[in-house]
Design a protein around this ligand. Structure first.
Ligand code: NAD
Length: 448
């Protein structure tokens, strides 16, 4: 897709191709920091923007706060010119700015766009003609054109406008969703195709050129809304299919069938089936949250997204379901949850990562405490856990010793560093919510 070039388009494309373009990434979190390293690895001058002073200081000292990003990787990027700042006036120096800030839900389960709007208001005064602004945060269709564009235009003191189909000059704006799968090392990040939708063809072409320099494949779509919806479709697809297997797991347990054996058999079909696995509930920044961005937006169109609501209902109930199985297991030993000592294995929302956002472990620990259990946890990625938006645990990691002291050990996150055979051998009762003990035959295991 190549269009007649305006001066600024040709110039910025040339700067991208020659790696002279300066790239600013706003939000140095799980998405923004790896992206900054990718651009830096391709010899771009990268500046990371973040409002968290401690993150800026750590990065500028050559350190890291994300386990899988080693300090040596930050230091290598620094040698290529990478630095971090909280000073938004430096946006003026950037040729392209990519926004990777959080998009959570508020207390009413509605989209909380305050991080996006806060960021856009902060960068708007520093825009310049021909600059490329890309939103990567997951959000509902319409955010880029209905929220970001008006704020960029109204916040710019020089009256700069966002370029569009019939007026191709100004500031160029696009949306491109992040599609990372944390902890999944089977696909290199630059091999994940990058979907891009621009406000006008110039924005689309510039964004495709920028991402084309670090991703092997760019998938242009006709608008930011299509790109926004693409990301939501991907996540809703996962959310709905996980709910399906979570429901079927409950039925299979009643019928005395092992759902994992069923899934393993079904996935031998060479077409038309993709395996999803049941668990103790959804976690992470994306799957438990993003679908509700769409169901909220759908209401504006008098539309009810019933699959999303039903999947949410099933998935949200899973922590309670596995606690019911724990109660049943303790009951077999003539014990109750109230007064029992329970060790929860794994705080992270999934295997081998250091992210506990929306983790079902947090809900499970809180529910168990409410029921009168004395709860401890072990997770090699979290020496301590304090409090967050939705939890207040204030606990310290417990070593994996003397497991016999616990009335039950509950496997909530199946980190690969755990020796499950030893855990089963030393524990009175093991509640396995992840099929981590597959292949171990022991009477003290409850798989759920
Ligand atoms: N983590 C993932 O695996 C993943 C995958 C795909 C998409 N996403 C989406 O990407 C977006 C970012 O997610 P994340 O996991 O990187 O979040 P994160 O919380 O790890 O990082 C966000 C960063 O933005 C910073 N920030 C917040 N407001 C800011 C502002 N006004 N200016 C500058 N910095 C600001 C925070 O301090 C933080 O460092 C979200 O929309 C998320 O849904 C995340």
């Amino acid at each position: 897709m190549t269009i007649a070039t305006s001066g600024s388009l040709a110039e910025l494309k040339q700067r991208i191709e020659s790696r002279q373009a300066r790239v600013g990434i706003v939000g140095m979190g799980y998405v923004g920091l790896p992206l900054a390293l990718l651009f830096s690895g391709e010899r771009f001058q990268v500046t990371g923007f973040d409002i968290a002073a401690d993150k800026v200081a750590t990065l500028n000292a050559g350190g890291s706060y994300i386990v899988r990003i080693l300090p040596a990787m930050i230091q290598e990027a620094q040698q290529a010119g990478f630095r971090a700042t909280a000073d938004y006036s430096e946006i003026a120096l950037m040729d392209a700015v990519i926004i990777c800030v959080p998009t959570p839900l508020n207390e009413y389960h509605e989209p909380d766009l305050s991080y996006i709007t806060g960021t856009v208001k902060a960068i708007a005064p520093h825009l310049h003609e021909g600059q490329l602004i890309i939103l990567e945060s997951t959000t509902y269709p319409g955010t880029t054109e209905e929220v970001v564009v008006p704020l960029l235009e109204s916040g710019n003191p020089r009256g700069l406008k966002v370029a569009h189909a019939s007026e191709p000059t100004g500031v160029h704006v696009a949306f491109s969703p992040e599609r990372e799968d944390p902890g999944n090392d089977t696909v290199a990040r630059h091999d994940i195709p990058k979907v891009v939708g621009g406000c006008g063809l110039v924005a689309a072409e510039l964004a495709a050129a920028l991402y084309g320099s670090i991703f092997r494949r760019v998938i242009p779509v006709s608008s930011p809304s299509v790109a926004e919806m693409t990301k939501l479709l991907e996540n809703i697809y996962r959310c709905v299919n996980i709910a399906l297997v979570n429901e079927l797991k409950q039925l299979c347990m009643r019928m005395g069938i092992d759902i994992h054996e069923v899934i393993d058999a079904a996935k031998t079909k060479p077409f038309g089936f993709q395996a999803f696995y049941p668990g103790p509930g959804l976690g992470g920044h994306c799957i438990p949250i993003d679908p509700f961005y769409l169901s909220w937006k759908a209401r504006q169109f008098d539309f009810s997204t019933r699959f999303i609501e039903l999947a949410g209902e099933v998935n949200i109930n899973m922590p309670r379901f596995v606690i019911d199985q724990l109660a049943e297991g303790l009951n077999q030993h003539k014990k109750s949850i109230n007064g029992s000592k329970i060790l929860v294995l794994g705080l992270a929302y999934k295997r081998d990562i250091d992210d506990l956002r929306e983790s079902p472990s947090l809900t499970i620990i809180e529910l168990l405490r409410d029921k009168g259990a004395a709860v401890a946890y072990n997770d090699p990625y979290f020496p301590t856990v304090g409090h967050g938006r939705h939890y207040a645990l204030n606990m310290t990691n417990t070593p994996l010793t003397n497991l016999g002291q616990y009335d039950a050990v509950m496997i909530v996150t199946d980190h690969s560093t755990y020796d499950y055979k030893a855990i089963v051998a030393q524990s009175q009762l093991v509640i396995d919510t992840r099929n981590a003990t597959k292949g171990i035959d022991a009477p003290n295991i409850v798989r759920c």
